[in-house]
Ligand binder design. Structure first.
Ligand code: PLP
Ligand SMILES: N[C@@H](CCOP(=O)(O)O)C(=O)O
Length: 461
């Protein structure tokens, strides 16, 4: 399979180079040139398979140039062996036509583990084969960073630097990043918000001297491998509800647009998804854009669902690329306009986006009420991000089964959950001493040169 940049000016790559490269050299994001289609029979045959078996079948065509099927199956098995639930992504019923897909049974209690644990395995395999070392730089609003540090801690061939917004992640998220003692992982607390962290990461990729000197790699959803691994659970959930014989809809708590874009890939592969509903918190730029066609950035307002406090939503570029029929120069133009405040989506592209995506927004009060209400119905103790999803999904319920993605464990956000329910969810026993472990935090200014210097010095030490 060949991968191309959304901006059309970067080298075309195979899967392994795409995975190890991160951002395309024209500033765009890699996407598959063509998405493989599964037949009705192929999808029906997924029923009854284990999560790992489905994962191999769904991802194999995308990764075939990098891994033979037996090797890939072995990497997948290792990736999910540490999950705390046999089903990996169990589905629970919330209401007659509403289901919750629990994606928080991995080692760091968020959906990021599904992709990050697998990427950890794939990186190890590919780097060992090539005899290479890389420097991973990532931006996080809390969950990507902890999942990346967990997946790569202690690995010889990888140095990891994670930028997180100082004071804007939960205490559990911060401690998951700052307490691992391995010297190859570094948590950097940046003065700013998540968009600043992500912008500096992209700046580092666009600084070719630095990029080539440190062999920069990315594990944000910049990396298509992240999106790919997340396609799998759309299939397992839909098939268990009757796909391909029956349509299914999904509501996805959304910030950087990677997870819902994975649903879009699943739909293009042939999964009968009726609606993909983008659920935003009060930072609702995506909902406003899908409603009006105007993508205008503004201030980021801290919320009780901090991992979704995002205005510059990286993977929306991939959705736009499809909506603009793969016109790289149109995407480059929109992204140039974004640097000065925003852009207007053309009528044709807006219509194409609306054929795939619906959207909604949950205020802080609605999010909190959804946590209270869902528990009162005896259904589940939700994390605030999942609660944003449930609130928005309830406004989109119809005759098609709706699956809301539960993206994190409530124990990662105990303050918001306690405020809504009076219950302070405990961490699982293996993390019970998280608050007793010593932290290692490095403060950094929102300054590219300072950050690059810090990374150079840490690598040299
Ligand atoms: C718990 C949680 N929910 C939802 C999201 C939003 O996912 P995405 O950035 O893929 O849209 C994130 C951040 O990625 C998250 O950490
Ligand atoms: N919410 C994310 C933000 C980064 O998203 P990614 O999918 O691009 O890694 C986080 O928790 O860090």
């Amino acid at each position: 399979m060949r991968y191309i940049s959304t901006r059309g000016q970067a080298p075309v790559l195979g899967f392994e180079d795409t995975m190890l490269t991160g951002l395309a050299r024209d500033g765009g994001l890699y996407v598959p040139e063509e998405v493989p289609a599964l037949s009705h029979g192929d999808i029906a045959a997924l029923a009854g398979l284990s999560y790992e078996e489905v994962a191999v079948r769904i991802m194999a065509p995308f990764v075939a140039d990098a891994f033979d099927e037996a090797t890939f199956a072995d990497l997948v098995a290792k990736a999910y062996a540490g999950f705390g639930h046999d089903a990996r992504a169990p589905l629970k019923q919330l209401a007659p036509n509403h289901f919750l897909l629990e994606l928080f049974h991995g080692p760091t209690l968020a959906f990021k583990d599904f992709a990050m644990q697998l990427i950890g395995q794939m990186f190890q395999h590919s780097l060992a084969k090539r005899g290479q070392k890389v420097t991973i730089v990532g931006a996080t609003s809390g969950d990507t960073g902890s999942a990346a540090i967990e997946a790569f801690r202690g690995l010889e061939a990888v140095d990891v630097f994670i930028l997180y917004p100082h004071g804007r992640v939960s205490d559990v998220q911060r401690r998951q990043m700052t307490t691992p003692s391995e010297s190859n992982v570094h948590a950097l607390a940046l003065t700013g918000h998540f968009d600043d962290c992500q912008a500096r990461v992209k700046d580092m990729f666009n600084d070719f001297d630095f990029r080539d000197r440190v062999a920069l790699a990315g594990v944000n959803s910049i990396n298509f491998a992240r999106v790919l691994a997340q396609v799998v659970y759309f299939f397992t959930a839909a098939v268990s509800l009757g796909a391909p014989h029956r349509k299914v809809s999904f509501t996805v708590p959304t910030g950087n647009f990677g997870d819902i874009f994975a649903g879009h890939i699943a739909k293009r592969m042939g999964l009968p998804i009726e609606h993909l509903v983008v659920a935003t918190n009060q930072n609702d730029i995506l909902h406003r854009c899908l409603t009006t066609g105007e993508y205008r950035t503004g201030e980021v307002h801290p919320s009780i669902s901090p991992s979704m406090d995002i205005q510059v939503s990286s993977n929306f570029e991939r959705a736009l690329h499809l909506a603009y029929d793969g016109d790289g120069s149109a995407i480059a133009q929109l992204m140039a306009e974004l640097k000065t405040g925003g852009f207007t989506v053309s009528q044709g592209a807006l219509q194409a986006l609306r054929e795939v995506y619906a959207s909604g927004r949950a205020s802080e009060a609605q999010t909190s009420a959804a946590i209270t209400r869902t528990l009162a119905h005896g259904a589940e103790l939700l994390c605030p991000h999942s609660a944003v999803g449930v609130e928005v999904a309830e406004a989109h319920l119809g005759t098609t089964p709706m699956v809301t993605l539960a993206t994190a464990h409530p124990a990662k956000f105990p303050d918001a959950v306690e405020a809504a329910t009076g219950i302070r969810p405990p961490l699982p026993p293996r993390m019970a001493d998280l608050f007793d472990r010593p932290e290692r935090i490095t403060r950094v200014d929102n300054d590219l040169t300072d950050i690059e210097t810090l990374i150079d010095e840490a690598r040299a030490a």
